[in-house]
Design a binder for this molecule. Structure first.
Ligand SMILES: Cc1cc2nc3c(=O)[nH]c(=O)nc-3n(C[C@H](O)[C@H](O)[C@H](O)COP(=O)(O)O)c2cc1C
Length: 208
C-alpha cells in the first residue's frame, strides 16, 4: 500500500495547518493511500550545525525526532510538509527539522512526491510556500500541484473551515499526489527511474 507522510510544523495540533492536512488525509483515505501525520511543532529541535557527521554515519549527530522521521521518510511514497507562516517564512522549528532531515539522510528521494502546504492569517504565504518547495526540488522529488497555491487562511482552525477554496485546493492537491504516486510506481516498472549523475560538485565558475 502506498504511503504518504505528513509533517505538521505548527505547535498547534488542532490548528489551521492541521485542518488543511486533515482535508488531504480524507482524500488519501478515499484513494486507498496510507497516511501518518507527525506533529513536530512543540518539540525541541535544534538547527543543523554543518558538522558533516551525517556524511560518515548516515544519520544526524543529534539523535532525535529527525532520525526517527528519516526511517519513515525512506519508506514513504510521498511527503507533505505543512507550515504556519511566521514573519513571512515557514516556522523556525520546521525549518530546523527539514534542514537536518534532508541534509542527513543518504537514501534516494527520487520520485517521492512532495507537496508543501502553508497556513497564514493574512500574508507571507507564497514566500513560505516557495521556501518549502526548495527541499523537494533539490532532491529529485516531483512536486504535486493543485488548483491554487497550496495555502489556507486563518488564525484558528474554524477560520480554515470557512476557507472553502483553500480546502478545495487541499483536496485537489491530495488527488494529484495520489495519481502521481500511482503513475510513478507504474512508470518505474515500465521504464525504471532516470539515471542521476552525482560526480560534479563545483562551488566556483572555474570548478576549483
Ligand atoms: C510568531 C508568529 C508569526 C506569525 N507571522 C505571520 C505572518 O507573517 N503572516 C501571517 O499572515 N500570519 C502570521 N502569523 C499567524 C499564523 O501564521 C496563522 O495564524 C496560521 O494560520 C497559524 O497556523 P496553526 O494554527 O497551524 O499554527 C504568525 C503567528 C505567529 C505565532
Amino acid at each position: 500500500m502506498a504511503k504518504v507522510l505528513l509533517i505538521n510544523g505548527s505547535p498547534h495540533e488542532h490548528g489551521c495547518t492541521a485542518a488543511a492536512l486533515d482535508e488531504m488525509v480524507s482524500v488519501f483515505r478515499e484513494e486507498g493511500i496510507d497516511t501518518e501525520i507527525l506533529q513536530i511543532g512543540k518539540k525541541e529541535i535544534r538547527g543543523c550545525i554543518g558538522c558533516g557527521s551525517c556524511m560518515r554515519n548516515g544519520k544526524c549527530v543529534f539523535d532525535d525526532i529527525v532520525n526517527e522521521t528519516a526511517k519513515k521518510f525512506e519508506t514513504a511514497d510521498g511527503l507533505v510538509v505543512g507550515s504556519p507562516v511566521y514573519y513571512g517564512s515557514p516556522n523556525g522549528t520546521l525549518l530546523a527539522f527539514l534542514d537536518r532531515l534532508f541534509y542527513s539522510t543518504p537514501f534516494s528521494k527520487q520520485m517521492k512526491v512532495g507537496a508543501a502546504v502553508v497556513s497564514c492569517r493574512r500574508g507571507g504565504n507564497t514566500a513560505s510556500f516557495d521556501a518549502l518547495n526548495k527541499y523537494f526540488t533539490i532532491s529529485c522529488m516531483p512536486v504535486a500541484s493543485s488548483t491554487y497555491w497550496n495555502m489556507v487562511h486563518g488564525f484558528k482552525a474554524e477560520d480554515v473551515k470557512k476557507d472553502l477554496e483553500g480546502l478545495q485546493t487541499m483536496r485537489n492537491l491530495a488527488r494529484s499526489m495520489a495519481f502521481m504516486i500511482r503513475a510513478f510506481s507504474d512508470a518505474k516498472e515500465k521504464y525504471g527511474y532516470p539515471e542521476v549523475e552525482r560526480g560534479a560538485y563545483t562551488s566556483f565558475p572555474d570548478g576549483k
